[in-house]
Design a protein around this ligand. Sequence first.
Ligand code: ATP
Length: 374
Amino acid sequence: MLSSSHAVEISGLEKRFTRKHDGEVSLAVDNVSFAVPRNSFFTLLGPSGCGKTTTLRCLAGLETADSGEISMNGQPVFSAAARRDIAPEARPIAMVPQSYGIWPHMKVFDNAAFPLRHGRKTYPRAETKKRVLAMLEQVGLSEYADRWSTQLSGGQQQRLALARALLCEPEVLLLDEPLSNLDAKLRSQLRAELRSFQQKFGVTSIYVTHDQGEALAMSDTIVVMNRGRIEQIGSPSEIYDSPASRFVADFIGSANLVPGVVDASGDRAVDAKTAVGVVRCERFTAPPSPPTAGQELSVCIRPENIRVTTEPAEGPNRFAARITTTEYLGDRHEVVAMVGDVSLRAYADAHLSVRPGDEVTVVLDPAWTVALWS
Ligand code: ATP
């Protein structure tokens, strides 16, 4: 399975932890496999405790997995079966931890220079100085080189941590929630910066976050994890528009999920019988086995893919509804519409005058309606 287009490959990774107080064993990483394309921004996304940090720490060599294999640049760095476990400092990686790992007793320059003085590859004094100053310039910190690192703001510390990691010239940059200590505004500014640094330096980056907005905005590929397992791997738009499970649909963005059963299925669409009526779903992943009438599923539709209208509407997936709540958001109304007993969240045009109690038609765009098998 090794191929040189991948900077990292993981297969069948498992990591168990034993709780100290009662000896109970938990599976933090459960049969995780993925391949990271070279030069890409690859994100591990999931709720707290889903195993993303443990996966990253196994990649860094800071945690020893119980089973599985890891290779970097086609070279095995870990194999449980072969008892191979290359030390962290011998792996072609650099890590930016959540807390940045900046030393308060050192000046900015010395923090950045550390890997060039003590790391895998060291340089003569003049060359170190040249490289560090050039990197500080790149991340906008050249005027701070002589300051104590404690005098930097949170965003500047984050840039310093990134500069130090990039000075190691890693094949793979591991980033563990590096923006989580910053306020919301700075976070959104720095995520754009981080992404542009990644593209400028062309360094393969593996990024851990529980923030779906961050993952969608920054990534080439997202791995969604839940309880140690992979739920889905795909591009941001694949994950958002064609979620593979209820978990993914619910965790990323906002989704209406309506249970139902298969009414009929073909190559291009699945018709689902639900409490709303028969809903045509033109998006679905390959079912575990050919779907049969009566098989349970969930219909997933995002609010922006439901049209709310007071005019007559044509085509499939039209249902009579009653508005129960409306919220004016300036560019649109966010409404809850009841179709029988089922409530659907939808966005209505800002110019449409809708009030609680109004009778409307909702149209679930079949092209964006997803049949989920789990
Ligand atoms: P977070 O976003 O909160 O950091 P995470 O998705 O990164 O969560 P992990 O830190 O990988 O999750 O933890 C996965 C599971 O393994 C959790 O249930 C956690 O409690 C457990 N775990 C992690 N490290 C240890 C450890 N050293 N000893 C015991 N259990 C651990």
